[in-house]
Design a protein. Structure first.
Length: 114
């Protein structure tokens, strides 16, 4: 998601703005909680940045994220760009996992909400 070449290729393939973007990205986990959380946070920030480039106004984004030290900050970033933000846990998520999904709707393309 951070590679500009990949982002450009995806944007070209879309052929225009998207109604919905989904992201199931996860870092290669090391078992070092602080590092894994930082890597995960970088991915979610990259996902949000890419969504801001390709989503139509009022578009939606569903993205995997992990509960961690940056969770509230990540959710706040999404709330600045989307009118509705929910965090959900799927039934398929293993017990004890910190895996969650953020469902963000009503994309606001003109910059952060006040």
């Amino acid at each position: 998601i951070g590679d500009p070449v990949v982002r450009a290729a995806v944007t070209r393939t879309l052929g225009g703005a998207a109604d919905l973007l989904t992201s199931d990205l996860s870092p290669k986990l090391t078992g070092i909680a602080e590092r894994d959380q930082a890597l995960s946070f970088d991915l979610i920030k990259g996902t949000l940045a890419f969504a801001c480039e390709v989503l139509k106004p009022d578009g939606a984004l569903v993205a995997k994220l992990f509960m961690g030290t940056n969770f509230d900050e990540a959710r706040t970033c999404f709330k600045r760009r989307f009118g509705r933000v929910e965090v959900v846990r799927t039934r398929a998520t293993r017990p004890g996992s910190t895996e969650l999904y953020i469902v963000a709707q009503n994309f606001y393309p003109d910059g952060p909400r006040p």
